[in-house]
Write a new protein. Structure first.
Length: 619
């Protein structure tokens, strides 16, 4: 038992190695399993002080083999395996202080390569514990008695708390100053790829949107009066249709870091956090009233659309206010243009569908109903021959949102009704645990807006509803919980910008009364804790010193029974010199050390106990 206790000082080194292995080889299950088995075996042998690899040249030859392999086959994939080899050579061999430094270095290299190569993997959530145990190991190595020390007795709990407090303070300062690493807390797809979305130009039927992809594009927190079953995230408004392509008008002006269209606040408020953002357009729910970017600048586009001015970075967030009332501005004449050959081909069909209806809204409703009733949704349909819309309307009669929305707009334009196509996303998967929506690549959608005099631009969606499968059961619950953790990680860690930190500080300074009250309470609690700790420490010291004094008096009673009596006013050391007994003289010297030392070492305590028992037995 004593051997096991004295060996506990190396436990933090095994934890560092374990975290390094999890970070570097977690994507290779077989290698990870083998490494964990070997690490457990090394730990078990280390407890018993048994080392199968005892050659002093083994580490040298292992390092030489690593250098040769890296020189002959310089592949980054082999680096973790080589570091594993050196690490286990160290663990299965007798270790001195320098060997523990080498173990720390190897663990750090494993962890560092794992963080760099495993984007979005488990390594990002291991940063804090790894550096804490790394700091703890360095603290242990700084102690003279390492590694033959008793961690449970030598390192008190308060030293751990102080160390962790200092490290936590250092970590918080780094969090406030340094840029955040773009690492997901949990991966959601085995092959991370960039999602696709609509840009300034849309080639109908060839946009490349993957309607089966679960790749997240953004996550959004939404509050207010919005239709939860009908979420339309507006992105780009298309104006011109030429040769099967939609083209958006250029942006109007720069808007700085924020933009507001209406003086009144919107009834819908939300915040969007980019996840795998594929477009320069911001996606805003329903009809936007205002938008504010966390960092960077914006440009205002046509039809209340907003574009990023430059690259805001791999992650960003923006707040928005929206409403459900129609948009009234924007010149309707910009959305009536149609090529003469399309006019001739589409107008007869449009007149047959609309009949004698002259009201734009009623005509739009009839065209929408006609498309929904007579055409079939098919996400796998090809482009076909000739004009993609003529092929859709008169030949294949099958397509997806790009075909339906484009045909709807062109049929209305052939009747002289202003209409336009709008690209963005529809819907989103609601997370009941984090209370946010995850919008994925498969939610990409194209719909239409029709201008009705006196009311503005009304939204129409002529595409048959395509419901995404609703998750259920334990897998859905686990996935939702993982996505919630990833969202909170992105929200409070990655997207917590310097501007927000300054804003939080300013808000705290405004509420200085509450801060002052909190500081007073904290000072009172700290003062009480310090006094209580000192009182408890004094009581503990008193009990400890009283125990040693009682043991010394018991030995004096044994000596008195043999006729050796301590004189009045005689100090313990004077009595020991007069007695001229080597064992009692050593016992007295150790008694001085343990009785008056603020923190006696383990060796002195064990020696005092052994001499006490020897003298009590009368030897």
């Amino acid at each position: 038992m004593r051997g096991i206790r004295s060996s506990l000082s190396f436990v933090p080194f095994y934890i560092c190695a374990l975290l390094g292995l999890l970070a570097s080889v977690s994507r290779i299950p077989l290698l990870l399993f083998a490494s964990l088995v070997l690490l457990g075996a090394a730990f078990s042998l280390d407890l018993r002080k048994r080392y199968p690899l005892s050659s002093k040249y083994l580490s040298f030859f292992g390092l030489l083999a690593v250098i040769l392999v890296m020189f002959l086959s310089p592949r980054t994939e082999s680096f973790p395996l080589l570091m594993d080899l050196l690490l286990f050579i160290k663990f299965f061999s007798p270790k001195k202080r320098v060997d523990y430094y080498e173990i720390l270095l190897l663990s750090f290299l494993l962890f560092f390569t794992g963080v760099l190569s495993c984007e979005g993997g488990i390594s990002s959530c291991l940063v804090l514990p790894f550096f804490y145990f790394l700091t703890l190991c360095l603290f242990l190595l700084s102690m003279p008695s390492f590694p033959a020390m008793n961690v449970g007795r030598t390192i008190a709990l308060r030293r751990h708390l102080r160390l962790f407090g200092l490290y936590l303070l250092f970590f918080v300062l780094l969090f406030l100053i340094l840029p955040r690493p773009a690492l997901r807390l949990f991966p959601f797809s085995l092959e991370q790829k960039e999602a696709s979305a609509y840009g300034d130009v849309l080639e109908v039927g060839r946009s490349g949107a993957d309607f089966n992809s679960r790749e997240p594009v953004f996550r959004a927190k939404v509050e207010g009066d919005f239709l939860r079953d009908s979420l339309y995230w507006r992105g780009v408004v298309f104006s011109f249709y030429r040769h099967g392509n939609w083209v958006a008008l250029p942006s109007q002006k720069e808007a700085g870091q924020g933009f507001r269209w209406d003086k009144e606040e919107g009834h819908i408020r939300g915040r969007v956090f980019s996840e795998n953002y594929p477009s320069e357009y911001l996606y805003l729910l329903d009809v936007p009233v205002a938008v504010f970017l966390s960092s960077g600048s914006l440009r205002a586009g046509r039809g209340r659309t907003v574009l990023l001015d430059g690259n805001p970075g791999e992650r960003f967030s923006y707040r928005f206010e929206s409403d459900r009332s129609p948009i009234e501005e924007d010149d309707p004449a910009l959305y009536m243009r149609l090529k003469p050959e399309l006019q001739e081909s589409l107008r007869p069909l449009a007149l047959a569908v609309v009949g004698t209806t002259s009201d734009p809204e009623s005509a739009a409703q009839k065209v929408c109903a006609y498309l929904l009733e007579n055409y079939t949704y098919d996400a796998e349909v090809g482009a076909g021959e000739g004009d993609v819309i003529l092929n859709f309307l008169f030949r294949s009669r099958r397509g997806y949102c790009e075909h339906f929305a484009t045909a709807f707009v062109l049929l209305l334009r052939s009747l002289g009704i202003p209409s336009r196509a709008v690209g963005g996303f529809r819907g989103g998967e609601y997370n009941p645990y984090g209370k946010f929506y995850t919008v994925r690549e498969r939610d990409a959608h194209l719909w239409a807006e029709v201008y009705v005099p006196g009311r503005g631009w009304l939204r129409f969606d002529p595409t048959p509803t395509r419901r995404a499968p609703i998750g259920e059961g334990i897998p859905f619950v686990l996935k939702s919980l993982m996505e919630m953790l990833n969202f909170e990680w992105n929200r409070y860690f990655l997207s917590y910008s310097m501007e927000e930190q300054i804003g939080l500080l300013v808000a705290a300074l405004i509420r200085w009364k509450y801060i002052l009250l909190f500081l007073l309470i904290l000072a009172f609690a700290s003062s009480y804790a310090i006094r209580y700790g000192r009182k408890k420490k004094g009581k503990a010291d008193s009990n400890r010193m009283g125990r040693f004094s009682r043991m010394y008096l018991e030995v004096l009673e044994v000596l008195e029974g043999k006729g050796f009596v301590r004189k009045a006013g005689e100090t313990p050391l004077q009595f020991a010199r007069r007695l001229r007994d080597e064992t009692f003289f050593r016992f007295t010297g150790v008694y001085y050390r343990v009785r008056y030392s603020p923190s006696p070492d383990r060796k002195s305590l064990e020696e005092f106990q052994a001499l006490y028992l020897k003298l009590k037995k009368g030897r």
